[in-house]
Design a protein around this ligand. Sequence first.
Ligand code: NAD
Length: 298
Amino acid sequence: MPEAVRIDGKGFADGLRARIAAAAEAFALHAGRRPGLAVVLVGEDAASQVYVGAKGRACIEAGIASFEHRLPATTGAAELLVLIERLNRDPEVDGILVQLPLPEGLDEQAVIAAIDPDKDVDGFHVINAGRLSVGQEGFVPCTPLGCLMLLRDHLGDLSGLEAVVIGRSNIVGKPMAQLLTDANATVTIAHSRTRDLPEVVRRADIVVAAVGRPEMVRGDWIKPGATVIDVGINRLPPTEDRPKGRLVGDVAYAEALGVAGAITPVPGGVGPMTIAVLLRNTLVAAHRHAGMDAPSGI
Ligand code: NAD
């Protein structure tokens, strides 16, 4: 069996970001302002600081205005809601993202609920979850939408394919299953209580692993020729030659390479798609707010 194709998420995301930059330029010429994304970070969580920095840089590179609001961990709910209300009303702001997790004591659901659903470019608001569920235009969470883009790019039409999504979180597993269903795949959602997970995975033409357990999906769980999308990002404990610890996905990559038809690596697969789709959602939001049709091919 030939080795699996490595799905180049980084390359796809770079191309998408270039198309977004061109469309953002055209938007600015027409609307007289740039698309704008406000990112709210509460507290000093190290990983969140890195993500917020990366999002800000990606915005600037794509010609999207970035408004960062870094608040101390002691910020109260009322203060945070006042900021969100201000951003909801700000005509320069097309997208609002509140970086999760929030410090203890702040109710994430209440904060997300305060965001104007038409600026909720993360797609986490219940209104957007509902819109996705009934097939209305809204915003779809960035990671699963990025996975769908990679699948469509690699496989084309997904009609009739058996898809197994492992994980049922609101931000990855559930919207992923919805997107695959809408793309006419036959979808199974597997989770921590699924019986005989290897056997369930073995029937899949498409496997999306979003669990958060290093290399849980073994090579012999995968149907020969299947397409594997590995959402997991897990850092292994540090070793002498890798003092920061190696990053691995939820799939045993080396094993899967010998069985799958195609697979996303970690890093360099799904990860880079998430920020690119965030920029895409912000660009789409800007077009909707300006009463313009969203550009095609993005
Ligand atoms: P989560 O913890 O909210 O959900 C994990 C899901 O896995 C749960 O629904 C649970 O039922 C299921 N699960 C747990 N143990 C299981 C088992 N033994 N067998 C089968 N299913 C099991 O996680 P999440 O937010 O959906 O993230 C999942 C992974 O994806 C994490 O590694 C996270 O870091 C990564 N992630 C990556 C990106 C990206 O940009 N690439 C974005 C979001 C999340």
